[in-house]
Design a binder for this molecule. Structure first.
Ligand SMILES: Cc1cc2nc3c(=O)[nH]c(=O)nc-3n(C[C@H](O)[C@H](O)[C@H](O)COP(=O)(O)OP(=O)(O)OC[C@H]3O[C@@H](n4cnc5c(N)ncnc54)[C@H](O)[C@@H]3O)c2cc1C
Length: 469
């Protein structure tokens, strides 16, 4: 017998789960959310997006105050780092955000259940609290939104002291003299940037011959150069074959990815950032008959249905772009489907942002993907060096690149490196969502002087008529 019964029980209180819960409640469903962490918001709010951006913002201010204000005629003497205060800023941002989700759940009359959820068959979920107490809830529909966890590197145990995951790298007690980041993806570059700005000598070791492997190749190459100019070292096409603690730090053995002579690399801290994998531990999926993909993600159809009727899944646990806003979109779409509406996610219009400086933002197809698909396209490119606002900010690195269908001019993708790229991309995401042509952006009036003028100029350039280059 269940202790209580709902239209919908969501397991996992991250961006996928809590957003699905709120949207379902808005649409009149009775909803409970089961989360084992004492705070809501999942990976994103607790140990992901939010704390990393708090540290990126804080370290950017520190670095600018120490090195970047002289050119503006601002003299600053005696800039000092107060790392505990910087961490306190991060912790407060996290606490304020997670408490905000508590408020939103209460506002929407969603029942919060603290504990680990497990499928118990026949629409039942067993919840085990931290003290071992077990309760059962019943639901017409169950949503799995249990997210992901750090992918470990075989043979390299994460101790969160010397060999750290992103979670450990968000809370280092002091600035490491030498930080080695294994993995040149988004998380590795963002956290490497934080500690580099605070004074670490950072080396990124990447198995592939490029960083940001899912991005447009031109973006990867340009970011390797720009981050290199900031002092970050790269060892590309290199694999870590062994690692062990040495003194207070560690020593890694590296080998060319294609094989060859090994070398060693010493570090005070090693950040393992080779990716994330679905988190399904303790959910009882096998007993419940929920199928997984070959890579261990929960298998779903186009309407988020798993192999078991009444059980759905969204967010990182189903794979695709492992991004908070993708999880949120899926949460909204699923809630609407469960309420009898026509929820839908346009996966061509999911932006992706790297919050280094300059920022990187992309949406839609890369040049490599268009070539592979045999789609003829035009390229419109505009450098921030030719943008008045970027010049006035002394932030002229990077460009806006828009890829449009050669025949129809429809925008197929965009790739930006530059100041506030993460905000600038929104306009192009909207264009893709509306099926707009590059000319639609080009004929839209943009304020002057604004960074967004670079977007307009890139759209003009797609048809060979940029004004300012
Ligand atoms: C360092 C870092 C930085 C990131 N930065 C960004 C960024 O800038 N932008 C972006 O879009 N994405 C970012 N991400 C990725 C983002 O955090 C994830 O894509 C997002 O959190 C996925 O949401 P989700 O709801 O699917 O899962 P999660 O946020 O992982 O939430 C799942 C929740 O389920 C809970 N749970 C798991 N199993 C159970 C169970 N059996 N019972 C009860 N509860 C359970 C977990 O405790 C967790 O709270 C970052 C990730 C990391 C690690």
């Amino acid at each position: 017998m269940s202790d209580s019964s709902f239209d919908l029980v969501v397991i996992g209180g991250g961006p996928g789960g809590y957003v699905a819960a709120i949207r379902a409640a808005q649409l009149g469903l009775s909803v409970a959310i089961v989360e084992k962490r004492p705070t809501l918001g999942g990976t994103c709010l607790n140990v992901g997006c939010i704390p990393s951006k708090a540290l990126l913002a804080a370290s950017h201010h520190y670095h600018t105050a120490a090195h970047g204000l002289g050119a503006f005629g601002v003299k600053v003497a005696g800039v000092e780092l107060d790392l505990p205060a910087m961490m306190a800023h991060k912790d407060k941002v996290v606490a304020d955000n997670t408490k905000g989700i508590d408020f939103l759940l209460k506002k929407n009359k969603i029942t919060r259940i603290l504990g680990a959820g497990s499928l118990a068959g026949n629409g039942q979920v067993t919840v085990t609290a931290a003290d071992g107490a077990v309760s059962t809830v019943a639901a017409r529909s169950i949503v799995l939104a249990t997210g992901s966890e750090v992918t470990p590197l075989p043979g390299l145990a994460i101790d969160e002291e010397v060999f750290v995951s992103s979670t450990g790298a968000l809370a280092l007690p002091q600035v490491p003299k030498r930080l080695v980041v294994i993995g040149g993806g988004v998380i590795g570059l963002e956290l490497g940037t934080v500690w580099s700005r605070l004074g670490s000598e950072v080396t990124v070791v990447e198995y592939l011959d490029r960083i940001l492997p899912f991005h447009d190749l031109e973006v990867s190459k340009t970011m390797t150069r720009l981050l290199g100019q900031q002092g970050i070292g790269f060892k590309l096409a290199t694999k870590v074959v062994a690692g062990e603690r040495k003194g207070a730090g560690a020593v890694l053995t590296l080998e060319p990815a294609a094989g060859g002579a090994t070398e060693t690399l010493e570090a005070d801290i090693v950040l393992v950032a080779i990716g994330r994998r679905p988190y399904v531990e303790g959910l009882g999926l096998e007993a419940a008959g929920v199928d997984l993909t070959k890579r261990g993600f929960v298998k779903i159809d186009g309407s988020f249905r798993t192999s078991v009727p009444g059980i759905y899944a969204i967010g990182d646990v189903v794979g695709g772009a492992m991004l908070a806003h993708k999880a949120e979109e899926e949460g909204v779409a699923l809630a609407e489907i469960l309420a009898g509406q026509h929820g839908h996610v346009n996966y061509e219009a999911i932006p992706s942002v790297v919050y280094t400086w300059p920022e990187v933002a992309s949406v839609g197809r890369t040049e490599e993907q268009l070539k592979e698909a045999g789609i003829a396209y035009s390229v419109g490119k505009f450098p921030f060096l030719a943008n008045g606002r970027a010049r006035s900010m002394n932030d002229t690195d990077g460009f806006v690149k828009i890829l449009a269908d050669a025949a129809t001019d429809q925008v197929l993708g965009a790739h930006i490196i530059g100041p506030n790229a993460g905000d600038l991309i929104a306009e192009i995401v909207l264009a893709i969502e509306f099926g707009a042509a590059a000319e639609d952006i080009a004929r839209t009036c943009h304020a002057h002087p604004a960074l967004s003028e670079a977007v307009k100029e890139a759209a003009l350039a797609a048809n060979g008529r940029a004004i300012h280059v």
